[in-house]
Write a protein that binds this ligand. Sequence first.
Ligand code: 3HC
Length: 696
Amino acid sequence: MTAAASPEQAEPVRLIPTAPVAVIEIDNPPVNATSQTVRTGLLEAIREVDRNPQIEAVVMACAGRTFVAGADIREFGQSPREPHLPDVINAIEACSKPVVAAIHGTALGGGCEIALASHARVAEPGASFGLPEVKLGLVPGAGGTQRLPRLIGLEAALDLVTSGRNVKAAEALRLGLVDRLSSGDLRQDAIELARELIGQPLRRTGERPVAPMDAEAASAKAAEIRRKARGAEAPGKAAELVLLSASLPLKDGMARERETFLELRSSEQSAALRHAFFAEREVTRLPGLDSVEPRPVQKVGIVGAGTMGSGIAIAFADAGFDVKVVETSEQALAAGQTRIADVYDKQVGSGRLTAAARDERLRTIGYALGTSSLSDRDLVIEAVFEDLEVKRSLFRDLDGILPPGTILATNTSYLDISLIASVTSRPADVVGLHFFSPANVMKLLEIVRTDKTTADVVATGLSLAKRLRKIPVVCRVCDGFVGNRILSRYRLQAEYLLEEGALPHEIDAALEAFGFPMGPFAVSDLAGLDIAWARRKRLAPTRDPRERYVDIADRLCEAGRFGRKTGAGWYRYEGGKREVDPFVTTLVEESSQRRGLTRRRIPADEIQSRIRAAIVNEACKILDERIVERPLDVDVVMMHGYGYPAWRGGPLFEADRVGLQPILAQVKERADQDGPGWEPADGLVGCAASGAKFYP
Ligand code: 3HC
């Protein structure tokens, strides 16, 4: 009994007709997605289980690295083909004999829905579960919104379905999503449970009642979910469906769910999020690097135990590397050690980490004074003060200590890495590894290659990113690389808007409504205004005097307002809450006056489209200069490092949808108004003229 597979394909579903407990095995690499052949195979297998009198129960298991990781996302661009997943899953639940799901790896989306419709679930302790459809701009489409609340209750189901978060097996057990954890041999344990269920009444999830929520609480919850979604439509719709499970029979609830799923499947938001999903994976594949072997790295040295260095140390310790942190003084070293311990303590406090795991990680991080103890390291990353001469002197020193082959990386966010590399005898081994703060949390890693960096060093950066579970984007050297370079332009445009009539909180509100988690002024207060101030001072001698320069931020810094850490910046902070500050309003109005500008009310959509045009134009210049190879590299940087809403797919994906001509028109208008630096990028002009798209 096998699925209908084409002769050249391996069979994706196999029924092993052992009696009394048979096994249905799904084998569809890489992640056992429920493609059309899998759905067909599953349906046939479950029918055979029903028919075959020797079989009294069945275990649903997967070959390879994981249980079913969901519907086949690649099929979403095509029209749905029979048999549809909800029908297959309903057939599993309707089976006349007990079905036990044996789960290893990740049971996600359609995979989780298969598990929910099975009559019992056994999982490996390392397994995890989730309905991540909202992250693809969808709602679960095969019963997830209806069966999950029947199994774990409305509140927990709302959390999982609308956040798309994964839960580990232990939490799944606590929630009632899993019946048992396997103590060793997963398949054997599932067979055991299936045997126990033979002859007992079937436990069909779809037949369980759902305890309703108080109507007021439910609508407050749904409103909160919509607000937190910041413009993404799927979470709100998913919440409505979950809440319906309390009042509709399974069949009707599933019909509503299917309708919403199909509607969202063809939405722009889902197309953008699917683009984001595949782009995140595509960035790791760089033309010309596929056959290049990375260098082995296990021992990592980090110079500097400040916020950045500590975050990087944690990221490496979490990934199982042997880490050594060095500093120049006992005091700085002790402060770094405390900072690192505090992060882990917080994780233990919030239940994300066990005390034993914390102790284990803390043991993998060593501390020393001075760089001489780094001589046994495979990779050394500097995270010292952002100053070219400081970094050059450190690299000169490290070059003399480290054996040949050790990679030297800098975490600079703006500086010219070629100038840092040039003081060493090994510029080919020097690379930028630009982490984002907090480095142990943020996914993005810019890997910056100079003209001299060798391919195997870049490949090592990519392989490290994979081990660190980061999303890497390889780029070349320019001021600010990809993300900070775009950010600088977008900040400037925001400051022009200030002078023309908007106030910081209005610009922040417009961009938060656009979908950014925080507007640029709130971000600036969080990051600290002093870093950008230092950079402006550094660049002052080379600034084009014709360039429109806004000095409001400089005046804030001169007043000692460096952001949250000083209690005031673009806002003032009371009890951690940001508040509009009349001091800033006056500074802004004075600046308009000095420039002779009559302030006007600037509508949110003008703020949004001017900022978007600034981002797209700078992104095109980055492409023109071959700082990155592909539009998707820019999109991934902006989504993962700068909060560009993923449901818009990143600035260049969105630019295709908005149309390049209107964006170009806006860029030209800004160039007329704002002068040098704002000229349209050649690539943008060319694409707008020819009708070409970034994503044809
Ligand atoms: N469909 C098609 N391809 C998929 C896929 C899916 N659901 N999930 C992963 N893949 C592909 C990836 O694109 C990648 O292909 P590539 O090698 O050509 O780039 C390959 O499988 C391996 O994936 P990863 O590189 O991501 O491998 P990891 O081991 O890091 O992660 C994973 C594995 C946790 C399963 C991760 O791939 C993942 O989160 N996948 C998406 C899961 C998901 O969103 N499922 C829901 C789908 S929607 C759905 O089920 C609707 C239903 O309700 C009807």
